[in-house]
Ligand binder design. Structure first.
Ligand SMILES: [Zn+2]
Length: 254
């Protein structure tokens, strides 16, 4: 895949324990990570790009109105509950749907936002190197960090008897606080107006995400590590984007 022109290199830092999916369907409920198998047979924890994109989309829907952009604020993805549905066709899709696309309706509205998987890195410097290489958009990458998950074993208690239920002993894994993940977000849109809207929504969504939830219980801090020259010049054209970018680049951690 060609490396996109408008791209942002992002570092996520876990502020709480993050759960790794055990492979058991739907458990634990707040898992945002799964194990991605590498060519060498090892499995590293990974936050799927689709998960990050979903989080960004929700975040964008919350703040769109602050930027003079529209959001139908639908919490249901099905077409009939959103601006894509028949009842609300007069106005056409809202800005959030135009930018992020409509899940399940690729023909009607393609997304302008693309997100890579987020993989563990040793620190910001490693993230910057990945940005420079553009490799996250090409082949499967192999970052250097190998975070050690902690295994946690819990016992299910039967409500009725108040004792441990047989068969309800379970183990799951959590990544330690401070684990860092690197990944990239890109904007691809032919239409110049749409490109500007997409940039504004993505930057605002990232700013709003700061210390927001990742999964039901996990919290991660967000920092913009690098941006492409093309993205910087686009951001310079708009006062809101300029301000948002400045805040995101300075970061909020010490
Ligand atoms: Zn909408």
């Amino acid at each position: 895949m060609r490396v996109p022109e408008l791209r942002i290199g992002i570092l996520l830092k876990a502020r709480t324990f993050l759960s790794v999916a055990s492979g058991r369907e739907g458990f634990p409920a707040d898992a945002v990570l799964y194990r991605k198998h590498q060519r060498d047979g090892k499995a590293i924890p990974c936050i799927p790009g689709s998960t990050v994109k979903g989080v960004l989309r929700k975040s964008a829907a919350k703040v769109a109105h602050l930027l003079g952009l529209t959001s139908c604020r639908s919490v249901r993805p099905e077409r009939e509950f959103t601006c894509m549905g028949a009842q609300s066709r007069e106005g056409g899709p809202c800005d959030v749907h135009k930018v992020f696309g409509a899940p399940g309706h690729p023909g009607r509205s393609r997304s302008c936002v693309e997100v890579t998987h987020f993989l563990p890195v040793a620190g910001p410097d490693e993230g910057r190197k990945w940005f420079e290489s553009g490799e996250f958009w090409r082949s499967p990458v192999r970052p250097s960090a190998e975070p050690r998950p902690l295994s946690i074993t819990r016992v299910g208690i039967s409500d009725r008897a108040g004792v441990a239920s047989p068969g309800l002993l379970y183990t799951y894994e959590q990544l330690p606080i401070g684990t860092m993940f690197y990944g990239e977000v890109a904007i691809r849109a032919r239409d110049a107006e749409l490109r500007k809207k997409a940039l504004k929504l993505v930057l605002a969504a990232l700013a709003n995400l700061r210390l927001d939830r990742l999964g039901r219980a996990g919290i991660a801090d967000v920092m913009v590590l690098e941006i492409s020259e093309e993205l910087r010049s686009l951001a310079e054209e708009d006062p809101d984007c300029r301000l948002l970018l400045r805040g995101l680049e300075e970061g909020w951690w010490s």
